[in-house]
Design a protein around this ligand. Structure first.
Ligand code: HMG
Ligand code: NDP
Length: 434
């Protein structure tokens, strides 16, 4: 990719940005036409996607730059309503690219489905029976969804969890059967749900229990993605802070988010700023990814930071993010939603694993930028600087007033709606703005 074309990207108009991406070889003529038309979801498709559909809900669709991941350059599409997220991702990725980029490790993509059985007469004996009949269970599951087996995937393993009764809360015992399934390029929710319902009759006969439900688990602990980076302290200096000081403060920010759930939730919201935005842009199920990520943050019994920042022996900063990423490169609306198709084209990803690498790297860059801002100049300078345009629009500014009011707001100590409305009234030469 010829990255010179992408310099000062954010100072360009949307049309100039599209031309820059064309010059960089990222967009072809058809993609350009689609972007200029606005990635509209046709009414007929929208009406068939959900129930009781009335219209469509639009979000801005932009790109974060500078992502060097496993030696490959990416321009990363994001769909998001919040200002400064794309700037922060690009800023973090730029520093990390200077340090050699992100390295990722993607676990073999295995998803988990559950059947919960109740009233099992002897749980310990049932567990043994299930494990000794593993082959039959796998066969029943694969017979329920033969096409994924033909593609080279399918159910691979069975495991059992005995959840004892809780007499205090009046909760009965459950025997939970997990099926570990390779869903290949799909997230696999429908594949797994079909399989789980397919094995229920056999499990009921085998155990003498009664199935409560069969369903995919969004806690995809067999589908983990890790992104890492190693940044020399010299690249971290900011304002009055030396690179060593910023590194140490970043590590302390991580330590704070490790020990305090109140901080960890905000820290992880910052990570999900970027992750949700690319997951949404890719047409994937962002509720599934968010639910799994937050559960993974609680895996030790306490909700903690999803990222870790540590000091290497030579003084470099080491960053790492691991989370479950059961996304798909096919399935759901990925292959027909115009924005999801555009995201596939811009990223040029060839597999769900490659998309996982990109998403995990975005999360790490996002956290790096957010906590770097927090421990140096504070969040408001960068975030509110970019938020000023949204505030101007909220105050009622239109056309050239938006830029004019946004510039005035940046000079104000209290950048809020009341200030924006008062400044807009001054611009218009009026006492108040309706
Ligand atoms: C905003 C910055 C990046 C400025 O940071 P900066 O260092 O002043 O930026 P810069 O002007 O030196 O530019 C550095 C690079 O940033 C990018 N960049 C710079 N400006 C733009 C722009 N307008 N549009 C697009 N990209 C931009 C761009 O890549 C640029 O490189 P260049 O292209 O110039 O060579 C920084 O202050 C920052 O990262 N802040 C964090 C912002 C953030 O995290 N926002 C999320 C919303 S707040 C929140 O929800 C989460 C939080 C914070 O609570 C999470 C937590 O608590 O952990
Ligand atoms: N708890 C949750 O998260 C739930 C989520 N969902 C929703 O389910 C959807 C995701 O389910 P999912 O099963 O992934 O999607 P789909 O059922 O939409 O698509 C998966 C299908 O794609 C086909 N396919 C084509 N090429 C491949 C390939 N290389 N690898 C794998 N499959 C391929 C397969 O069909 P074939 O082999 O027949 O051609 C496969 O069954 C999302 O929309 C999600 O929102 C639904 C229920 C619960």
């Amino acid at each position: 990719m010829e990255s010179n074309y992408l310099q000062k990207f954010y100072d360009k108009t949307p049309d100039e940005r599209i031309t820059a991406l064309q010059s960089a070889g990222i967009l072809d003529e058809e993609a350009i036409a689609n972007l200029q038309e606005g990635l509209k979801l046709p009414q007929e498709i929208a009406d068939n996607m959900i129930e009781n559909q009335l219209s469509t809900y639009e979000l801005p669709y932009g790109v974060a730059l500078n992502f060097l991941i496993d030696g490959k350059d990416y321009v990363v599409p994001m769909a998001i309503e919040e200002p400064s997220v794309i700037a922060a991702a690009s800023a973090g990725a730029k520093i990390i690219a200077k340090a050699g980029g992100f390295r990722t490790t993607i676990q073999k993509r295995v998803m988990i489905g559950q059947v919960a059985l109740k009233n099992v007469p002897d749980s310990v004996a049932a567990e043994q029976l299930i494990l000794s009949h593993e082959e039959n269970i796998l066969q029943a599951a694969n017979a329920a969804h033969p096409s994924i087996v033909k593609r080279g995937g399918g159910a691979r393993r069975v495991s059992v969890r005995i959840l004892p009764a809780d007499d205090v809360e009046g909760i009965p015992a459950f025997l939970v059967v997990h099926l570990h399934v390779e869903t290949l390029e799909a997230m696999g929710a429908n594949i797994i749900n079909t399989m789980m319902e397919g094995v229920i009759p056999y499990l009921e006969r085998l155990t003498g229990g009664e199935a409560l439900m069969g369903i995919l688990s969004n806690y995809a602990t067999d589908c983990l993605a890790t992104a890492e980076c190693r940044i020399p302290a010299a690249l971290l200096a900011k304002g009055e802070f030396s690179g060593d000081e910023v590194r140490d403060r970043l590590i302390e920010a991580y330590q704070f988010a490790y020990v305090d759930p109140y901080r960890a939730v905000t820290n992880n919201k910052g990570i999900m700023n970027g992750i949700d935005a690319i997951v949404l842009a890719s047409g994937n199920d962002w509720r599934a990814i968010s639910a799994g990520a937050h559960a993974y943050a609680s895996r030790s019994g306490q909700y903690r930071s999803l990222t870790s920042w540590k000091k290497a022996e030579n003084g470099d900063l080491l960053g790492s993010l691991t989370l479950p990423l059961p996304i798909g490169a096919v399935g759901g609306s990925i292959n027909f939603h115009p924005a999801a198709k555009m995201t596939k084209e811009i990223l040029g990803y060839r597999s769900a694993s490659e998309l996982e690498s990109i998403i995990a790297s975005v999360g790490l860059a996002q956290n790096f930028s957010a906590i770097k801002a927090l421990v140096t100049e504070g969040i408001q300078k960068g975030h509110m600087g970019l938020h000023s345009r949204s505030l101007a629009i909220s105050a009622g500014a239109v056309g050239q007033e938006i830029e004019q009011l946004s510039q005035l707001l940046k000079g104000e100590k209290n950048m809020n709606l009341a200030t924006a409305q008062s400044l807009l009234a001054q611009i218009r030469g009026a006492d108040t703005v309706d």
